[in-house]
Design a protein. Structure first.
Length: 225
């Protein structure tokens, strides 16, 4: 009986020790003054992107030129605290995204989509709320999108046609405004962000405005620096 009690106590002690280590908050460290402060970290991110193009508008009338699509992005972020509650997090991503096209504006086309590849530079300011094992955050800020390649891919009479959309139709550079939230657990994170396009992306058409919006669902891992 005593042996069983001792074994149960030993297992409980090991379990509690593992639990305490498991719930240690990796995102805070003790400085030279003995104060607990947020740490800087470098993060790697992978996102599922959902494009949500707005209507092209002119004189208050909206026309659907493009349809929602999907894509992905991946890159790095650098998180540096601004005091205990706030932080600044710039990043650098490569992205690939697609949008469907409204075939009513394209003649004799069976299907069409826009495929874009480029660089994304978010500049986020956030507020963190400490949890037992990490933190919950809300953030906002601008981002710069630079299109490196953009093709209109169309299927026509069994033939594939590719047209450079940046040559005559769309601008390469866009600025978006981001609103997001994230949960950081140990060194892992998961986040949700909405990005609203600010600039008119249609080239040489001042009377018609079109903005490129997208949503990201992000996963990542953080490293101490």
């Amino acid at each position: 009986m005593k042996r069983l009690l001792f074994l149960a106590l030993a297992i409980t002690a090991v379990t509690l020790q593992g639990f305490c280590q498991d719930t240690e908050n990796w995102y805070y460290e003790t400085n030279t003054s003995g104060q607990e402060v947020p740490r800087k970290f470098l993060g790697i991110r992978a996102n599922l992107d959902i494009t949500a193009p707005g209507d092209a508008t002119a004189d208050g009338i909206g026309i659907e030129l493009f349809e929602p699509g999907a894509g992905f992005s991946a890159g790095l972020v650098y998180n540096t605290p601004l005091g205990r509650k706030f932080y600044f997090e710039p990043g650098l991503y490569l992205y690939y995204q697609t949008m469907g096209c409204n075939k009513d504006f394209l003649y004799d086309v069976e299907s069409a989509s826009v495929r874009q590849f480029g660089v994304r530079i978010p500049l986020q300011v956030g507020m963190r709320f400490k949890t037992r094992t990490g933190f919950f955050s809300i953030s906002t800020g601008p981002g710069i999108n630079i299109g490196l390649s953009g093709k209109l891919h169309a299927e026509e009479s069994g033939q594939s046609v590719n047209v450079d959309v940046y040559k005559d139709d769309l601008n390469r550079v866009d600025i978006n405004w981001n609103f997001g939230c994230a949960i950081h657990f140990k060194q892992w994170m998961i986040g949700l962000n909405g990005n609203m396009g600010i600039l008119n992306m249609l080239k040489d058409i001042d009377e018609v405005k079109w903005h490129q919006n997208f949503i990201t669902i992000g996963f990542g891992y953080n490293f101490a620096i």
